[in-house]
Ligand binder design. Structure first.
Ligand code: APR
Length: 254
């Protein structure tokens, strides 16, 4: 049996499906993945260097300018066929929950209602000094490469920083617990467009497998671990997901 058909049958039989997504699902909306590295005027600055408290302390104008530009990129991007296919996938008359590492809002803009953002969101900012959320959302900027002085916190006059999770920081309170609970209680974890290298998020497929679920990977590279309960669908998310999630093959028999 072809692997796509096998995966579609597994989805058909599943009562509980959870999706886990990474940067690859937004790649075809024009948002580069982390493994692609930085491009244009940001080439030479790695995500791993830029998304740290140390980098912000050393050069807040660079980090704030980069953040506003990335927000602009996300605002301009449109949800693609993969985001839409997931938003239309229904189980027991409920849309499936999505756990995402992405800080864009393309799942929400595609219509998905339950989205757990493990790494926070590009739309939030907070104070670098007192850590409280910013009261006003700063506007994104269209120009790449601008150095921008971060605005000040209205409460303590500290500099504002991006609100999403930087390297070495804890995940937003409660999100990890929610994610683990979802994957421990699903029949299928549909893992889309993630390299599986950044923990703790990267542990979710293994947690699902240990709890007895089947993991279906959709990725342009082979990222499977070779476990018996895994299915590896190699290809673009926009090409595979609409076929895999088509109502014809995923009609709910529960
Ligand atoms: N369709 C499916 N998969 C794709 C596509 C596509 N069109 N394009 C790329 N991919 C795959 C790549 O093969 C790769 O495995 O998406 C994955 C992207 O990997 P990463 O860039 O590492 O993204 P992600 O796994 O989300 O990274 C995790 O790392 O830097 C941190 O916090 C950041 O959330 C991020 C985390």
């Amino acid at each position: 049996m072809a692997i796509l058909e096998q995966a579609a049958n597994a989805l058909n039989d599943a009562k509980t499906i959870v999706c886990f997504s990474g940067a690859g699902i937004s790649a075809e909306s024009g948002i580069p993945t982390y493994r692609d590295g930085t491009t244009g005027l940001w080439a030479g600055h790695s995500h791993q260097q830029m998304e740290t408290a140390r980098a912000f302390r050393q050069n807040p104008r660079l980090i704030w300018g980069w953040y506003l530009w990335r927000r602009q990129q996300a605002v301009r991007a449109q949800p693609n066929a993969a985001h839409l296919a997931l938003s239309e996938l229904v189980r027991r008359e409920r849309p499936i929950p999505i756990i995402t590492q992405n800080i864009d809002d393309l799942h929400e803009r595609a219509g998905s209602l339950e989205v757990v953002h493990l790494h926070g969101s590009l739309s939030s900012s907070k104070c670098f000094a007192c850590h409280r959320p910013a009261l006003v959302t700063p506007a994104p900027i269209p120009e790449e490469g601008l150095l921008v002085e971060p605005p000040r916190c209205v409460r303590c006059n500290g500099k504002l920083r991006p609100g999403h999770v930087w390297y070495g920081e804890d995940l937003p309170a409660g999100t990890w617990k929610s994610a683990v609970s979802l994957v421990e209680n699903c029949d299928i974890l549909l893992s889309v467009g993630t390299s599986g290298v950044v923990t703790p998020a990267a542990n979710l497929p293994e947690i699902a497998l240990s709890a007895g679920a089947t993991v279906i990977h959709v990725n342009t590279d082979d990222v499977g671990s070779g476990a018996p309960n895994e299915l590896m669908l190699i290809g673009k998310a926009t090409e595979i997901l609409p076929r895999l999630c088509s109502p014809l093959v995923t009609e709910d028999h529960a």
